[in-house]
Design a protein around this ligand. Structure first.
Ligand code: SPV
Ligand code: MG
Length: 295
């Protein structure tokens, strides 16, 4: 066994690096393993995607325990660090800190907690969503930091002020309060199409802490180089694998349903042998020869 860098340390270095780093969304063990295999340095365990893959809404319909079950498969399947979308922390500071302790036990690298109210609503729904009281959320961040059982575990404070129609000043004030409470990075979210408020935030923020963004709505307007020059540390592609799989499954189901045969879709599918190879079925053969009595 060669010593490996802890996943928490890898995530800390990714967040702190001067160059732009990328987290790609995954929502189960298979998607996490694919994200690692193509070369991403880290995984975003998206609440939206995990909920969707389980067939429910991104409104805390999935419980903390169910998220932990999913994340356990993802962490077991991969060696790269996972940043878990912890929504609002499933309650108050006490629920959030218990979640953090459980994530640490799974070897998860970090959690992102957003300053909204439980049960949360997806940021792209509606105009104005209620925000957590700033002081209450500072306490929640501090409780998370005080409860981590790995020194390098990362807590990202997600600022929803812009998404909820508040000013840049409100967003900056909250971000600074959360930084002072111990947050390792700030995630500034925006649902605008032009990306301008995120760049304005980055300018004012001035690298006080690592800055994280998710350009789901504004990916066309601003190139990643501009984000890098603006001092953004980490970019999350938050839901593309889930949306890709939803379309792929629908297309294949429709085609098979209509044609009453699978011959027309077969060439678009992963061969069964590729599934076996990707999930290393050969290792089980080797282990069986080693551990089972020879017959
Ligand atoms: C998620 O992926 O669940 C997120 C990011 O929280 S977003 O959907 O953009 O709010
Ligand atoms: Mg989410």
């Amino acid at each position: 066994h060669t010593p490996t860098t802890a996943k928490t340390t890898m995530m800390r270095e990714l967040l702190r690096s001067r160059s732009l780093g990328f987290l790609m969304e995954a929502h189960n063990g298979l998607s996490a393993r694919i994200v690692e295999d193509v070369g991403f340095p880290g995984i975003w365990a998206s609440g939206f995607s995990i909920s969707t893959a389980l067939g429910v809404r991104d409104s805390n319909e999935v419980s903390a325990g169910e998220v932990l079950d999913t994340v356990a498969y993802m962490a077991d399947a991969t060696r790269i660090p996972i940043m878990v979308d912890g929504d609002t922390g499933y309650g108050n500071f006490n629920n959030a800190r218990r979640f953090v302790r459980q994530l640490c036990r799974l070897g998860v690298a970090g959690v992102c907690i957003e300053d909204k109210l439980f049960p949360k609503t997806n940021s792209f729904i509606g105009d104005r969503q209620p925000l957590a009281d700033t002081d209450e959320f500072r306490g929640k961040i501090a409780a998370c930091k005080d409860s981590q059982t790995d020194d390098d575990f990362c807590v990202i404070a997600r600022v929803e002020a812009l998404v909820s129609g508040f000013s840049l000043a409100e967003a900056l004030g909250r971000a600074e309060a959360y930084r002072q409470a111990g947050a390792d990075a700030v995630f500034i979210h925006s649902k605008r199409k032009d990306g301008k408020e995120v760049l304005a935030f980055a300018r004012e923020w001035g690298r006080r802490s690592p800055l994280v963004i998710t350009p789901t709505t504004y990916h066309r307007s601003v190139g990643v180089d501009t984000f890098e020059r603006a001092g953004i540390s980490t970019l999350i592609w938050a839901n593309q694998n889930m949306r890709a799989s939803m379309r792929a499954m629908r297309e294949v189901s429709e085609e098979v349903f209509k044609k009453r045969r699978v011959s027309d879709v077969e060439q678009d599918l992963v061969p069964v042998q590729e599934v076996f190879d990707f999930l290393d079925y050969g290792e089980l053969d080797d282990a069986s020869r080693r551990y089972l009595p020879a017959d």
